[in-house]
Design a protein around this ligand. Structure first.
Ligand code: CA
Length: 224
């Protein structure tokens, strides 16, 4: 997952960047709305964090512009302006969430996760991982555009691993996710599903790594 931070305060921007990288995100910085526009035109991001007080075009006008151009990117406003009116204005121009400075990093990361989750299930944007693509709207998967035959459980496991990549997903988390189908699913059953999933992904050279004693992870695939 790749995040664009639009923030003119270097110290704040660098702090957020470091925190988000530790949380497993790829992060780019833009010091102004104009710079952010250029980045968004040439690259694909999963979310933008936008400051309100920016040199040149301000954050609210920038968001309004994004939305009038039908750009659906999830936007989280991070601002020192803390009044309720500011929050309302931010959401009304098209921001998806609003946080005030000073903020706590774990909360920011949790909100980012929620926004990305929401955007992935509400739009038909596909989750991509090298040659593998998961369409979360149709619940179909392809490798190099060839359909991949997955069971519901395999699909659910893969979706969680991809959303978390490169983070580690605990077996417990997968057990909980699959409990909707199998009430008494066990960690051993998860192992069985993963072992059936592995050969299916081999065509794309995609590997599910076992993190001993914890769970699984999928390493990021280099963009080509
Ligand atoms: Ca600022």
């Amino acid at each position: 997952m790749r995040i664009l931070i639009v923030e003119d305060d270097d110290l704040v921007a660098t702090g957020i960047k470091q925190g988000l990288r530790q949380a497993g995100y790829t992060v780019d910085l833009a010091g102004s709305a104009e710079e952010a526009e250029r980045s968004l035109r040439s690259e694909i991001f999963d979310l933008a964090i936008v400051d309100i007080g920016l040199p040149g075009l301000d954050g609210l006008s920038f968001i309004r512009q994004l939305r009038s151009g039908d750009n659906p990117i999830p936007v989280l406003v991070l601002s020192a302006r803390a009044s309720m009116e500011d929050t309302v204005r931010g959401l009304d121009v098209g921001a998806d969430d609003y946080m005030c400075k000073p903020f706590r990093l774990p909360e920011l990361v949790a909100r980012i996760r929620a926004l990305i989750r929401r955007s992935n299930t509400l739009t038909d944007a596909s989750l991509r991982h090298g040659p593998l693509a998961l369409n979360t709207a149709t619940r179909s998967a392809t490798i190099d555009d060839r359909p991949l035959d997955l069971t519901n459980r395999e699909w659910a496991i893969l979706e969680i691993l991809l959303m978390a990549s490169p983070g580690i997903v605990s077996k417990d988390r997968l057990v909980q996710a699959l409990a909707g189908w199998d009430k008494d699913i066990t960690p051993n059953a998860i192992e069985v599903h993963v072992s059936r999933l592995r050969p299916k992904l081999a065509a794309g050279n995609i590997e599910i790594r076992t993190v001993r004693g914890i769970g699984y992870r999928m390493d990021p695939v280099a963009e080509t």
